[in-house]
Design a protein around this ligand. Structure first.
Ligand SMILES: [Zn+2]
Length: 347
């Protein structure tokens, strides 16, 4: 459409005409379109990737606007899922990129379908459960992926090329337990650390997509934008953990195959629980509207339905998706959330 859209990028040594052609022919799967994910999507779509698949389970809320750069106030008032709001902006930014928007909770049952045709997988998530699942599928399929995390004023990135670098489990064998690491909700997060972290991830992505994997950062890179410190941890010696890494050495994909992961998840610090129910068909919002007669603030669009009920003296806001998944606010208790789900939605 615009002849010189990529002219500045092409002049970068290491990219050039052939690098640009490779970027434009590439397919990328981005897991999570929140803080890191919106910056990643924005940067890669402007850089001209061929196909970007974005997957996220959430909808846009007012507390996202401080750092999630693709969203605005109208996305909050329209109750849009994050991927739908992001896709609209991304298509307006660069109509040459094919954007595939999927509202779903990424887990071991669906991740292979999301990643099988990708040249690169990007981590824009906020939890270790999904990251270990990404690590398993990336190693299993032999695809590069880029880990990123940002909380408070600190960020961390790591680039994983299976067979070349250590995998996530070589470096972090177990996921941190609940409460061991802060989350955006408990520790807060400063906007710039999100941009810094995801921009490092995006730079690594462009090296790989341009066919220059030799240029990647092979260290675990950590930085603090308030204390003005940064640290590189040499992780290369950990590769395969002397043949004992369950994932990349023993090829036991415990997060893909095992019982890790739950169907009901507390959304840490948000006083909310996600209940996943796999339905055979799509949930009928008009039938559900009749079913929850008496509920307050009932709204629905084609992507999600919201309503609030008062149960045992507490207000619970339900956000329900067509696949039967629900995010229930007003509790951190999994059993209580399952009970509320059964009571108001059924199944
Ligand atoms: Zn490993």
């Amino acid at each position: 459409m615009f002849e010189d859209r990529y002219s500045r990028q092409m002049r970068v040594p290491g990219i050039g005409k052939s690098g640009l052609e490779k970027i434009r022919a590439s397919r990328v799967t981005l897991c999570g379109v929140g803080a890191l994910g919106t910056v990643l999507a924005n940067t890669l779509v402007r850089a001209g990737v061929g196909h970007l698949r974005i997957i996220d389970r959430d909808f846009v809320e007012p507390s996202n606007l401080q750092r999630q750069v693709l969203f605005d106030e109208s996305d909050v008032t329209d109750n849009l899922p994050k991927v739908e709001a992001a896709a609209r902006k991304l298509r307006a930014i660069n109509s040459e990129v094919a954007i595939e928007a999927i509202t779903a909770d990424i887990d071991r049952t669906n991740i292979e379908a999301f990643c099988a045709d990708a040249d690169l997988i990007l981590d824009g998530t906020d939890n270790f459960e999904v990251r270990y699942t990404i690590n398993d599928i990336a190693v299993k399929l032999g695809k590069p992926w880029i880990y990123g995390g940002a909380v408070g004023v600190e960020g961390m990135t790591m680039t994983i090329i299976p067979g070349v670098t250590p995998c996530l489990r070589c470096v972090f064998e177990q996921s941190p337990g609940p409460g061991e690491v802060g989350t955006c909700e408990t520790a807060g997060v400063l906007g710039p650390i999100v941009s810094i972290t995801s921009s490092y991830q995006a730079a690594e992505a462009l090296k790989i997509l341009a066919g220059k994997p030799e240029a990647i950062n092979r260290d675990l890179y950590m930085y603090n934008c308030w204390e003005n410190t940064s640290r590189r941890v040499k992780i290369a010696p950990l590769k395969g953990r002397k043949g004992q890494c369950p994932c990349c050495a023993l090829h036991k994909y415990e997060w893909l195959d095992g019982d890790h992961g739950t169907q009901t998840t507390s959304l840490c610090g948000r006083n909310a629980v996600q209940v996943t129910q796999r339905l055979a068909g799509k949930l009928d919002f008009s039938a559900l509207k009749k079913q929850v007669e008496g509920a307050k603030a009932v709204t629905a669009n084609k992507f999600l339905m919201k309503f609030t009920v008062t149960d045992a003296g507490t207000d619970h806001e339900f956000t329900v998706f067509p696949d039967g998944r629900a995010i229930i606010k007003g509790t951190d208790d999994l059993d209580r959330a399952r009970t509320l789900y059964a009571k108001y939605i059924g199944y």
